[in-house]
Design a protein around this ligand. Sequence first.
Ligand SMILES: [Zn+2]
Length: 197
Amino acid sequence: MLHIHSIVNTIFNSMTYIIHEDDGKEAYLIDCGDIKPISDYLKENGLKLKGVFLTHSHFDHIYGLNRMTKKYPEVKVYTNEAGKDGLQSPKLNMSRYHEDVDDFIFTKQENVEVIGVGTLELSSINSHLSTIYTPGHDESCLTYQIEKYLFTGDSFIPGTKTITSFPRSNKQNAKVSEQRICQFTEGTIICPGHSTI
Ligand SMILES: [Zn+2]
């Protein structure tokens, strides 16, 4: 059975999710923040990291990527074209505007796989992942569905208003995206981009 392990990160309570089969050997991440809890969990459960799916490229969802790809050099990082740009730009990923974090630039751009909407087979977890384009909060926003789990990033955080005040935000798109996401929420477990507790 599919297992989702949730980690609340130290920067802005952003979320990282580790996805694997109960008796599996490989895992995927949704977003990548604090490295230690991820590494500890993978080690304890004998899991090898295969890939990271980014909900979008704001720094609080990607800041662990450089350390992660140093540890696991083969790991693929999945995002769209706008996300690929965000990984290279402290302005677009917003790290430039936060005094308490260093400018973030992803150093292993060759590991990035650009994906569009559609379905990917993930043999490591015997499931497929569906990608839905949900721009508005940022142009790079993707929502992912794996079985009954819906990873919405910052495009839809239940109980909070979607933030659309960033350079690549678009209020109208955010509204449309939210409506799109709501078509998928019946019977799903929503795994948002920030902890609201
Ligand atoms: Zn964001």
